[in-house]
Design a protein. Structure first.
Length: 154
């Protein structure tokens, strides 16, 4: 998927850079590989070496992708996802993030985890905060940004 120039310009890159630099090198590398589609999943391993299998070692489904790994629904992986959601909620509460923003983020991540084409519902009331939140949710939906947000939980 390609971003519009306006979407690219709307990202606060200085903030992204500062947050990115707080991560250790392994985490930075994993995040960049995820975003660029080069995590060493079956799909990529087989492109590099056709003799390697492309299936998921957990469910044996064909053509293992990054999205498959991030959205995997097996019990152990589902527990990990729920733990990560709890951790992000705790972090946002510790940072005194508005409840409406926290709930939108959690809802967006849960929705995408269940459906890769998820489009989050927009808030109806238009207070100043919700106007900004509405724009952020719409932007996130438009750039298919929920899967890109997920690696930040690790």
């Amino acid at each position: 998927m390609q971003w519009e120039v306006s979407t690219f310009k709307a990202v606060h890159w200085d903030s992204y850079y500062r947050a990115f630099k707080k991560r250790d090198v392994n985490s930075q590398t994993r995040l960049l590989k995820y975003i660029s589609g080069w995590l060493p999943v079956g799909h990529i391993r087989q492109r590099i070496d056709p003799d390697k299998p492309d299936f998921c070692p957990s469910c044996h489904g064909r053509d293992e992708t990054s999205s498959h790994i991030m959205r995997y629904r097996e019990h152990k992986h589902l527990n990990l996802f729920n733990l990560q959601i709890s951790e992000i909620r705790e972090h946002l509460e510790k940072c005194k993030t508005l409840a409406s923003i926290t709930e939108s983020l959690i809802s967006g991540l849960r929705g995408w985890h269940q459906n890769p084409n998820y489009q989050q519902q927009l808030p109806n009331r238009l207070t100043t905060v919700l106007r900004s939140l509405r724009k952020a949710v719409l932007d996130q939906n438009n750039i298919e940004g929920w899967p890109l947000f997920r690696p930040h939980l690790h």
